[in-house]
Design a protein around this ligand. Sequence first.
Ligand code: PGA
Length: 247
Amino acid sequence: MRTPLIAGNWKMNGGLASNATLLAGLLGDKTELSAELAVCVPAPYLAQVQSALGGSPVRWGAQDVSAHERGAFTGEVSAEMLQEFGCSYVIVGHSERRSYHAESDELVAQKALRAVTTGLTPIVCVGETLEEREQGATDAVVARQLAPVLDAVGTQLTSMVIAYEPVWAIGTGKTATPDMAQQVHARIRVLIAERDAEGAQQVRLLYGGSMKPDNAKDLLAMPDIDGGLIGGASLNAPDFLAIAHAA
Ligand code: PGA
C-alpha cells in the first residue's frame, strides 16, 4: 500500500508574512488525512518552515540541490545543508530547471543520487513538451529522462519519488486527462520494474501540472497515481488541503 503524497511546489513565491499565513492555514486543518502533506519552499525559507512545521505531520523540502557534496560552487545548496534544516524531500529535475538552467538528464541523476545518499527523498520530475507529445514521443522522452536516474540510484530506487509533469500542463490550466496521466504513470512503473519488480510497487508516482481541487479526485483515483506535485494551488491553504482531502 503506497501512502499518497501531496507535495506543494511554491516555486519562487512567498515572503515571511505570507508564508506564516499559509503555514498556519495548513496546520489549522485538524481533520485526519490519508495522504502525507509536504511543502517544497525556496531555500531562504527553510528555517521558517522548520520552525513552523516541526512536530507537525506536515513535511518540508527544497526545490533543488547541488550535485556536489561541498566546495567552490557559488550559489549552490548542498544536500547536507538541506538535511540540517530538517528537509525530508527535494525536487530535482523540475522542467523549469531543465529548460531555464539547462539541466541535463545526467545532472538530474547526479542530484537525485546526492539526495538519496544524504538521506533525503528526491522528487524526480520527468515529462514531455507539447511538441514531443504531438510527435508521439512521450514514452521515449520519459524513458530517456528516467534511465540515468535509475542507473545512478541503483538499488536505492525505493528511496525516490517520481513526478510525471507534462510540461504543457504546468501552470497553464491544461491538465492531462486521468487516462493520459495513468498511461504514462503505468509506463514509468514498468520502467522501474525492469530494474526492481518489488521496488516498483513501492515507489510513489506523483502527477503534476495544473492539479486543482476540482480535478484532483479523478486523477488521484487512477491506480498508478500516488499523489500530486502542486504548484499554483499549493499557495492557497484551502485549495492545497482540498487536494490533500481528495487523495
Ligand atoms: P502547477 O505547477 O500546479 O502550477 O501547474 C506544478 C509544478 O510545476 O510542479
